[in-house]
Design a protein around this ligand. Structure first.
Ligand SMILES: Cc1cc2nc3c(=O)[nH]c(=O)nc-3n(C[C@H](O)[C@H](O)[C@H](O)COP(=O)(O)O)c2cc1C
Length: 225
């Protein structure tokens, strides 16, 4: 990290999801610092609903194997929370745009289903990241807790980016909860909302050159009064 850390605006302008990582782990002290700082985020009535688990090393390797076996075995996803939303209209177009941006740079034809499935499977290898975070909370909290966990996750991503550490949020990491629940020893009242792989980006990987677009300010925000 440079002497003067980049501003939040600079970090945000440069950020993008990273889907190929170098094997080097993030020093434990840096992890502690980032996660401790992130816990300053607000939450609804200060309930702080999160229980975050960071999985690394041989435990992460074993989990990746188990998750890939579930996903490749054709098991239907069975997330702890409701994820089964089919995007419509402009959302569907943007979903296609994001997929096209990734497939374009990694050379996957969108009509090539096996190649798409292989690219998708990389999710459950954590894109070779040295760390995977799982964001969990008690199931009864539903939408209220999910908002808080989203705020925490993006704050974490920014604090990591400030230190040159890349990440990818992954709904995919909620799809096959059984091996994760088993490793984390989660009780029945707790669910996995989503995950995030993180570490140092592989600068040479084609996947990391994918860039997505954003709608114009006027289409996203109205200033009234
Ligand atoms: C809640 C959430 C879940 C996501 N799930 C996945 C995922 O499972 N796999 C993946 O490769 N990217 C996933 N992403 C990353 C998005 O595809 C990405 O943020 C979006 O296309 C915009 O691209 P950018 O992050 O590079 O700006 C997810 C992002 C969010 C916020």
């Amino acid at each position: 990290m440079s002497e003067t850390p980049p501003s939040v605006s600079t970090v945000l302008q440069a950020r993008h999801s990273v889907r190929a990582f170098l094997p080097a782990p993030v020093p434990l002290q840096v992890l502690h610092e980032v996660f401790a700082t992130a816990l300053r985020v607000p939450s609804n009535c200060n309930i702080q609903p999160w229980r975050v688990y960071v999985v690394s090393g041989s435990q992460k390797e074993a989990l990746a194997k188990a998750l890939q076996a579930e996903a490749a075995g054709g098991k239907p996803p069975a997330p702890d929370f409701e994820w089964d939303v089919r995007f419509c209209g402009e959302h569907r177009e943007r979903q296609f745009g994001a997929a096209a941006a990734l497939y374009g740079v990694i050379g996957v034809d969108r009509h090539d289903r096996p190649a798409r499935a292989a690219a998708m499977l990389r999710n459950w290898a954590f894109f070779d990241a040295p760390h995977a975070a799982f964001f969990t909370m008690q199931r009864y909290l539903q939408l209220v807790g999910a908002v808080d966990l989203g705020i925490l996750a993006q704050t974490l991503a920014l604090l990591l980016a400030e230190r040159g550490i890349a990440s990818c949020m992954q709904g995919a990491l909620a799809m096959y909860p059984a091996p994760v629940r088993n490793l984390l020893g989660l009780s029945d009242d707790v669910g996995i909302l989503f995950g995030m792989s993180f570490g140092y980006a592989d600068p040479d990987a084609a996947a990391n050159s994918a860039r997505t677009e954003r709608v114009a300010l006027a289409d996203a925000v109205r200033f009234i009064g």
